[in-house]
Write a protein that binds this ligand. Structure first.
Ligand code: CP3
Length: 350
């Protein structure tokens, strides 16, 4: 079996090198939501523990983060947590409902509600730093990716009170009271940046900013109401010394703006061919992506053809990190994920 990496230090690993546009022994691969319900060992250790409670328990966070690395031999671990963990840690009354996602009993609606979203400081999340340190120690040369949600995606959960099909309350507040919108996003920028800094200072070797729902915005709204806050979040990590990955779903039209937000790597969802995405961002930035997660349910010949095509298209960028175009679906056969990792390593070996 292939070694997980061929380098001795996470900062010299294929993932970090690809993110910097340097030469790599093989294309690095990891999967969004690689730690989660597709793994029987995850379902086993999560039994009886609430999601947010699990995210604050270093024993569980360490075990769950390492599970996909052990099983699939991916080139990176992603920190087991959730985009709403820093909100809850700061004092926001929010929960994660199984099969639904983040929910709030009292959604954000007025200026007074800003008082219910305090700033996040490192002393509120000592467990996060401890989990990261333990994971990094166990991982050795394999890098850990830290992450946070971007202000727009977090704001959408806070304003809608849960997952939303159309984000109408969010857009109504953004346009109806831009001053309050900007104040809310400034607060969320502080929280996301603080959460990312704690992970990097404790040893994470890369970070990913998830603006999952940005694809619901027009280009004009994205530029005017969202991009400045995303830029501020990424700028707060500019001196952290680790590559930054920026990803959203359905963001084909927004890719050039997202790529210019202050990020080393642009994450591409599966709706745009990787070759076209590389063209749209100007061809000079490493990319991450973008196998359609639903295709992992198709016959293996289809998966193999798509993996080879994506690897081929990725060669046009200065660096390529193989990933799915969104998270692993819960019913995915984990055996297929392991085969994809092996195939990516084999086909891309130099
Ligand atoms: O493996 C990994 O990728 C790391 C862990 C991770 C989770 N959430 C664990 C999780 C990461 C990176 C996230 C980020 C996250 N959370 C995002 C951005 C990424 C994306 O998918 O676009 C978003 C939008 C959320 C909000 C959220 N939390 C959703 C939509 C859900 C799923 C709801 C459901 O049950 O289908 C959650 C819960 C959640 N976060 C689970 C996991 C493993 C499922 C909880 C469980 O196992 O009971």
């Amino acid at each position: 079996m292939r070694p997980v990496t061929t380098s001795a230090s996470p900062s010299d690993s294929p993932l970090v090198r690809a993110a910097r546009g340097e030469t790599v022994p093989h294309t690095p691969v990891w999967f969004m939501r690689q730690a989660g319900r597709s793994l029987p060992e995850y379902r086993e250790v999560r039994r009886g523990t609430n999601m947010l409670e699990a995210c604050r328990t270093p024993d569980l966070v360490t075990e769950i983060t390492l599970q996909p690395v052990r099983r699939h031999r991916v080139d990176a671990a992603i920190f087991f947590s959730d985009i709403v963990v820093p909100l809850q840690a700061a004092g926001v009354d929010i929960d994660i409902e199984p099969g639904v996602g983040p929910v709030l009993d009292e959604p954000f609606a007025s200026r007074e509600d800003l008082d219910r979203i305090p700033e996040l400081t490192a002393d509120m999340i000592p467990d996060i730093a401890e989990s990261v340190r333990r994971i990094v120690l166990e991982l050795g040369p394999t890098p850990l990716i830290g992450f946070a949600g971007a202000p727009f995606t977090l704001a959408s959960y806070l304003i809608e009170g849960g997952p939303s099909r159309n984000h109408e309350l969010t857009k109504s507040l953004m346009h109806g009271d831009p001053e309050l919108w900007n104040d809310l996003c400034a607060r969320l920028t502080q929280i996301s940046a603080a959460f990312l800094k704690v992970q990097v200072e404790a040893g994470a070797s890369a970070l990913q900013l998830f603006d999952s729902w940005a694809g619901f915005l027009s280009k004009a709204d994205y530029r005017r109401y969202v991009l400045p806050h995303t830029q501020a979040t990424l700028a707060a990590l500019a001196d952290a010394g680790v590559p930054r990955i920026h990803f959203g779903v359905g963001t084909g039209e927004l890719l050039p703006d997202m790529a210019a937000a202050g990020t080393e790597v642009i994450g591409v969802d599966y709706r745009v061919n990787l070759a076209e995405a590389i063209e749209r961002v100007g061809g000079d930035q490493p990319v991450q992506g973008n196998l359609d997660p639903a295709l992992l349910f198709a016959p293996w010949e289809v998966v193999e053809r798509e993996v080879r095509r994506i690897l081929d298209e990725g060669r046009a960028a200065p660096g390529h990190i193989f990933n799915l175009g969104h998270g692993v679906l819960p019913d995915t056969d984990p055996v297929v994920l392991t085969r994809v990792v092996e195939l990516v390593h084999e086909v891309s070996a130099r």
